[in-house]
Write a protein that binds this ligand. Structure first.
Ligand code: CP
Ligand code: NVA
Length: 313
């Protein structure tokens, strides 16, 4: 059953049912279609304000949320963590209590995932996860939407993630795939497996949807017959101190032309961006015939609008 989504937090896709996720994807489709039919402004959030707290840098998330609010008739406000009193030690709880008296929703990008949980606990208005060390659910909505747009029914596809198997973007992609009953193969070295909590969520959801997850250490074996090959950076924001070790251990997992040639001839290449060209992906792949990364990035705008239109009261 699709429950009313107004007022709900968007911290993890695991908090959403397959039907609710489907509603977000269908709303995206409608909003994108209307945008391309010339309806630039659909003022369902007129007079509403979104606060956007960033503890880490962002290009896509920041800009797509801000433009999304404009196109829905509302307004978005960028708040750097260090410019807020948060940076001087005001608690997350107090910040949430105050902000939610002013604004209609809070989007936040943080280091520790628990900061979002804390924000949501004390905010009277919806809190949207704009990326944490554990999850990136807004990215996953755009990813699943893009896969459906390019390849159709996701449950019929072989989707392969190559690289850091403990990555926040992968974690949310896994939950998205679980919700649509798809199959994902993760190719990463030992010590880079998905977080146990994400595996637990995946298994709970897949018991209802029939989704499957496999780990294949050999990237060449993993991408054989793939419809979708996905990767993300080897050094995520906050992991800079581990850079040398991570690059060394993940090197065999680079997505290059030789690897892509083992996938299906019409396979697509996806990346949430920003990319570290020459590390996890080579120029000939990200700029090559397989790449859908710019459409994928554009879809962040349309999916963000759907999330905001459905959640913000
Ligand atoms: N994919 C993504 O979230 O990009 P930004 O870090 O630029 O927001
Ligand atoms: N895994 C990356 C994603 C950036 C959008 C990071 O957390 O830095």
């Amino acid at each position: 059953m699709v429950k009313m989504l107004k007022g709900r937090d968007f911290i993890s896709l695991a908090d959403y049912t397959p039907e609710e996720f489907k509603l977000i994807l269908e709303t995206t489709k409608e909003l994108k279609l209307r945008y391309y039919s010339g309806e630039r402004i659909i003022p369902v959030l007129q007079g509403r304000v979104l606060a956007m707290i960033f503890e880490k840098p962002s290009t896509r998330t920041r800009v797509s949320f801000e433009v999304a609010m404009e196109q829905l008739g509302g307004h978005a406000m960028y708040l750097g963590w260090r410019e807020l009193q948060l940076g001087r030690g005001e608690t997350i709880a107090d910040t949430a209590r105050v902000l939610s008296r002013y604004v209609d929703g809070i989007m936040a990008r943080v280091y520790e995932h628990n900061k979002l949980v804390e924000l949501a606990k004390y905010s009277d208005k919806p809190v949207i996860n704009g990326l944490s060390d554990l999850l990136h659910p807004c990215q996953a909505v755009a990813d699943i939407y893009t896969i459906m747009e390019k390849k159709g029914e996701p449950s019929k596809l072989k989707i392969v993630f190559v690289g850091d198997g403990h990555d926040n973007v992968l974690h949310s992609l896994m939950i998205g795939i679980a919700l649509v009953g798809g199959k994902i193969v993760i190719s990463s070295p030992k010590g880079y497996d998905p977080d146990p909590i994400v595996m637990k969520w995946f298994n709970e959801i897949s018991s209802k949807t029939g989704a499957e997850v496999d780990i294949e250490r050999d990237p060449r074996e993993a991408v054989k017959g793939a419809d979708v090959v996905y990767t993300d950076v080897w050094v995520s924001m906050g992991q800079e101190k581990e850079r040398e070790r991570r690059i060394r251990e993940l090197k065999p997992y680079q997505v290059n032309k030789e690897l892509m040639n083992l996938a299906k001839p019409d396979a697509i290449f996806m990346h949430c961006l920003p990319a570290h060209r020459g590390e996890e992906v080579t120029d000939d792949v990200i700029d090559g015939k397989w790449s859908v990364v710019w459409d994928q990035a554009e879809n962040r705008l349309h999916t963000q609008k759907a999330i905001l239109a459905l959640l913000i009261p």
